[in-house]
Design a protein around this ligand. Structure first.
Ligand code: PRF
Length: 374
């Protein structure tokens, strides 16, 4: 028997929370992990060296954006996405279906795949499950996602069921297209909206496909947080304990704490990077909106005890000034602060699970946000 060089191990558990490790040829991912979003081959406003230094073990890239610009075949000719973007570590790529639904126009979903118009130049593209896997292979992605259909909530039961069943059929096709690639993985995506029975059916059927990892999709798409958490409580126990579980597109620091408590190992979200470009800082004391005039004369940094220069060395007054003047440095410093905060949070979570005090630590972190710093 040959052993795969893609391996997941659970190192410690605390309640349903798991501290684990994914090892693969390009590096080791400490879980629970937060993956900064590098949509078009860049984590916006950050150098890759900074992203790595903050403790990110893996970043996310997007099939949809990269196939449109600069094109997957071109990236392949230039040596793959790691070489192109100067990120040597593992990369997970989303499959494109979700981005087509949120960005492209004239979208049409059939059994065969998705047809859409590019949001960049209006050109028409078609993407089948097989083509999505082919593109992710051209990018040389380490963790590839099946093509799926994600339904925005609220939605009719029938619509949610059809999208979930279609996603299951696409999962099988993606599994065949991906084949056997030691050192790499293709994850299935659980769908089923806010319907417990559909979530169960989706998780059971994907489990039977014996994939290397499982994502939970179709959440944080308009439903209240309690509903998302309830779906995790139904889904996670069905998924195999010895495979990583990834909650797609989530979330706030609070979503992350509550999802780890329910058994999630991996996250990605534009929240820290996008919010940073819009003047919002995540800190131990909660969110701080630097656009607010109350910061104009405040000489204090965002967090004097942080080891991130962006959080420690610049006054809130200066950050307020940069944000109000639309300076690039404002976006850069706040993105840096936010990713530092998210990666620090993940390290905190991993340490707490190892120490068997995850619930207590989560409560302390939440108290810090509620207390504020004023
Ligand atoms: N499917 C895929 N990507 C996603 C989602 C999904 O359901 C979500 C939903 N939160 C974010 N990104 N393929």
């Amino acid at each position: 028997m040959t052993t795969d060089t893609f391996q997941f191990r659970v190192l410690a558990t605390d309640g349903n929370a798991r501290r684990g490790e994914i090892t693969m040829p390009r590096g080791t991912i400490r879980t629970p992990a937060f993956m900064p979003v590098g949509t078009g081959g860049t984590v916006k406003a950050m150098y890759m060296d900074q992203v790595r230094e903050l403790g990110a073990d893996i970043i996310l890239g997007n099939t949809y954006h990269l196939m449109l610009r600069p094109g997957a075949e071109r990236v392949a000719r230039l040596g793959g996405l790691h070489e192109f973007a100067r990120w040597p570590g593992p990369i997970l790529t989303d499959s494109g279906g979700f981005q087509v639904m949120s960005l492209a126009s004239l979208r049409k979903i059939t059994e065969e795949g998705v047809k859409f118009r590019s949001h960049i130049d209006g050109k028409v593209f078609e993407m089948s499950p097989e083509r999505s896997i082919e593109i992710q292979g051209l990018l040389d992605s380490d963790i590839q996602m099946q093509l799926d259909e994600c339904v925005k909530l609220p939605a009719k039961d029938r619509k949610i069921e059809q999208a979930m069943e279609l996603s299951l059929r696409w999962a099988e096709r993606c599994k065949v297209a991906f084949g056997d690639q030691p050192g790499k993985a293709m994850f299935g995506i659980v769908q089923g909206g806010d319907k417990p029975k559909l979530r169960e059916r989706s998780a059971e059927a994907l489990k039977a496909l014996d994939l290397k990892g499982y994502a939970v999709g179709g959440l944080a798409v308009g439903e209240p947080q309690e509903v998302m958490l309830e779906m995790l409580e139904i889904t996670c126990p069905i998924l195999p304990a010895d495979k990583p579980r990834y909650l797609m597109g989530v979330g706030t620091p609070d979503d992350i704490l509550k999802s780890v408590a329910r058994g999630i190992d991996m996250f990605d979200c534009v929240m820290p990077t996008r919010a940073g470009r819009h003047g919002l800082a995540f800190t131990r004391f909660g969110k701080i909106n630097l656009k607010n005039a109350r910061h104009a004369d405040d000489p204090r940094p965002l967090d004097p005890e942080s080891d991130c220069p962006a959080s420690r060395d610049y006054s809130r007054a200066y950050l307020h000034h940069l944000v109000k003047s639309n300076e690039l440095l404002g976006a850069m410093l706040l993105t840096w602060n936010n990713l530092a905060y998210y990666q620090r949070l993940m390290q905190d979570i991993r340490d707490a699970i190892e120490a068997g005090r995850f619930a207590d630590r989560a409560a302390e972190i939440q108290e810090g946000w509620a207390r504020g710093d004023l």
